[in-house]
Design a protein around this ligand. Structure first.
Ligand code: FEO
Length: 402
């Protein structure tokens, strides 16, 4: 399945939808078993068209042009907007420009430098508030840097109330056909959007909050939000804005995530025990093996958890490396802010996994409230003590619920 398609989403506004079921990883690191969509848009008036973004080069210029020709003569494309220079949107711009006959390319100053560096393509720099005119239509530039790169701008089509939002409001998941939010499986969309946030955007959540505030202050009449990935939003815009805000704030629910590593199943027993105890005290427990769960789902579950239990065997004196990778991502993204962590370590001989893990979780922003380390696998009285420790952790975590 690799069929691009298009749809009219407003007067003279076309959505060019390019599903990618081929890439197994987004940014070559985040698993996307259900693929991802690249959305480009065409705004038309009279003899002129503006193309907003393009696609990753899983499609080639000929495939993209062939889709484009179904809605407009490519020679009418006098303008191309590069909302963000990351190659999943800008990858075809250079090749397309020569086919279109040298249209004017627009981008922010930062994106201009990136386009020159990556593709040897020159763009005209536009600034916040500037208007790009397409025939008699006006698109307002809204600079919103750091929706995960520093170069992003959005475009607002005044006469239709359409916000072309680049990566903001994006979601994983390839689309068999272009659909609006009210035509999609909304729960699936929410999962895909949350995973996209947790992996790609979360490190820049404070900037996204500023961006949402700026959009709010501009008082735009938003009929549609047309992002660069995922469905176009029309019916559930306030709900999606509220959800994105809550993720950016790492708002905590009565939810605990248990993430564990285990080589031969002994440490997993402790994780299952912990899960059984915790689930009676909270509304939701997310249970993840750091090996068999996808990193996307682990990070996504941590976003709205009040507490996280990390359980690891000792490996060559250190934290089990697959768990270490998760903790490093949490540290980079500072995703523990406001949350409680408990650490459980097993070992048969030496090592410093417990102190290493505690210190790195603190760097990730967690308050590490409980640490326990077992030499040999615990049983009997040890397990009673473990249960007591977990109840203490749960009390702390529930105290953080908003
Ligand atoms: Fe979808 Fe940051 O590019």
């Amino acid at each position: 399945m690799h069929t691009p398609s298009w749809r009219i989403i407003g007067r003279g506004v076309y959505w060019l939808s390019m599903p990618d079921y081929e890439s197994r990883l987004f940014e070559n690191m985040w698993p996307i078993p259900s693929g991802v969509n690249y959305n480009a848009y065409l705004v038309s008036d009279g003899d002129e068209c503006l193309l907003v973004d393009s696609s990753k080069n899983v499609y080639d210029v000929e495939e993209f042009t062939s889709l484009l020709k179904q809605v407009a003569d490519p020679r009418r494309i006098k303008h191309v907007a590069v909302l963000h220079a990351e190659p999943d949107h800008s990858g075809l711009i250079g090749g397309l420009s020569s086919i279109f006959g040298s249209p004017m390319l627009y981008s922010t100053l930062r994106a201009s430098a990136f386009m020159r560096s990556m593709f040897n393509v020159e763009t005209r720099t536009v600034k916040d508030g500037e208007i790009i005119r397409v025939g008699g239509r006006a698109l307002r530039v809204i600079e919103l840097p750091w929706i995960h790169w520093p170069d992003t701008m959005l475009l607002y089509l005044e006469d239709e109330g359409i916000l072309f939002s680049s990566d903001a409001f994006g979601a994983f998941g390839a689309l068999e056909k272009p659909v609006f939010d009210d035509e999609a499986d909304f729960e699936q969309y929410e999962r895909n959007a949350k995973e996209y946030f947790a992996t790609v955007v979360a490190a820049y959540r404070q900037m996204v909050l500023k961006a949402l505030d700026k959009i709010n202050r501009l008082g735009l009449s938003l009929r549609l939000i047309a992002p660069a990935h995922g469905v176009v939003l029309r019916s559930r815009i306030p709900e999606v804005v509220e959800e994105l805000t809550s993720w950016c704030e790492l708002r905590r629910k009565r939810k605990v995530t248990v993430v564990y590593g285990s080589m031969y199943g002994f440490t997993e027993r402790l994780a299952r025990l912990a899960c059984g105890i915790i689930k009676n005290r909270v509304d939701e427990v997310a249970f993840h093996s750091c090996v068999s769960s996808s990193v996307n789902s682990i990070l996504s579950d941590i976003v709205d958890s009040a507490g996280v239990v990390f359980i690891t065997p000792t490996y060559e004196g250190n934290v089990f490396p697959p768990l270490s990778n998760i903790v490093e991502l949490l540290r980079i993204k500072k995703m523990g802010v406001g949350k409680i962590a408990a650490v459980t370590v097993t070992k048969l001989w030496g090592g410093t996994a417990a102190s290493q893990l505690s210190s790195r979780l603190s760097e990730a922003g967690f308050e590490v409230s409980h640490v326990c380390e077992y030499v040999n696998y615990p049983g009997g009285r040890d397990l009673t003590e473990y249960e007591t420790l977990l109840h203490g952790f749960i009390e702390k975590a529930l105290g953080k619920v908003e």
